[in-house]
Design a protein around this ligand. Sequence first.
Ligand code: NAD
Length: 319
Amino acid sequence: MTTRAAAPSSNRIAFIGAGHVGATAAYATMLRALFHEIVLIDSNEALAEAEAADITDANALARPARIWAGSYADAATAGIAVITAGAASHGGESRLSLASASAAIVIECVQRLARAGFSGVLVIASNPVDIMTTLAIRHAGLPRHRVIGTGTLLDTSRLKQVLSAALDVSASAIEGYVLGEHGDSEVAVFSSVRIGGQSLHDFDDAAKALDLPAIGAQVRDAAYGIVRGKGFTSFGVATAIVRICEAVVRNERCVLPVSTWIDRHFGHNELCSSLPCIIGSGGIERVIVPALDANEEDALSSSARKLGEALDALDDATS
Ligand code: NAD
């Protein structure tokens, strides 16, 4: 039975999953003072309680907030719920190979949120994030625009950091996107990179000489290197989660590349993948399809096809 919850409160955020990603995102959210109430939910209740207690200790030196290990009833009135529960990765496997184990977890969490009456904005970080965002849309009972996957926001930040180091320009001064799957088929859209309005080709000789395929590969494979060293990734994705939440809470209407329903773009796909989106209090206010060259268009079609095949395989396995 679905409970009718009170209207979502912009003061409250819920994290479903208090592992490396969920706990780091909750901590970063607390430091950014975006919410007065932070609820942690995990099937491992002792873990959720310990992380909530640890973040509460840190909060004594930050802006006051209440942080606790709670229930889906607590999450029901949150303005934003973030799903970070998922299957543990063992390091070298692709994100898509985690699909069936994560799907069962994410569907359970989303259904429990829906039954509790959650009606805010739902952010999905669990991998493979494009497939999990698609499943969340199917099960959340929310309008599609209120479900946001972290998608390639993290990959786009990585691209900007690499270009920043190569060109000696701050990352924030670089406009550009990684789009498509958050994973092995993602596409760095170099044709639309702009620095002060100039393309990479026009900016200077160093930019003209960049090995763009090598940079695309470096960005695409960055997570594998981090996982080899520390066993998981957390700070990058946690900051991407906080950035999306901030855009919603402050109704920023900024443009971020996130995973969303791609409709008929790049083939007839009933699934989510990343495109630049205007994000505000309603979630995804508008999806933007940037100008692409022919190779990028082909690569994004092939990325969408790959995600479609993974989704079909998952649907076949679970039907
Ligand atoms: P983790 O194993 O540390 O944490 C996962 C947590 O989910 C665990 O605490 C577990 O108890 C909990 N959980 C499992 N089933 C649950 C359920 N049914 N209900 C509630 N909680 C449940 O893993 P992590 O490193 O925090 O990664 C979490 C997810 O985020 C994974 O899917 C991972 O692949 C993904 N991830 C995404 C990105 C990204 O850029 N989108 C980056 C890193 C990790």
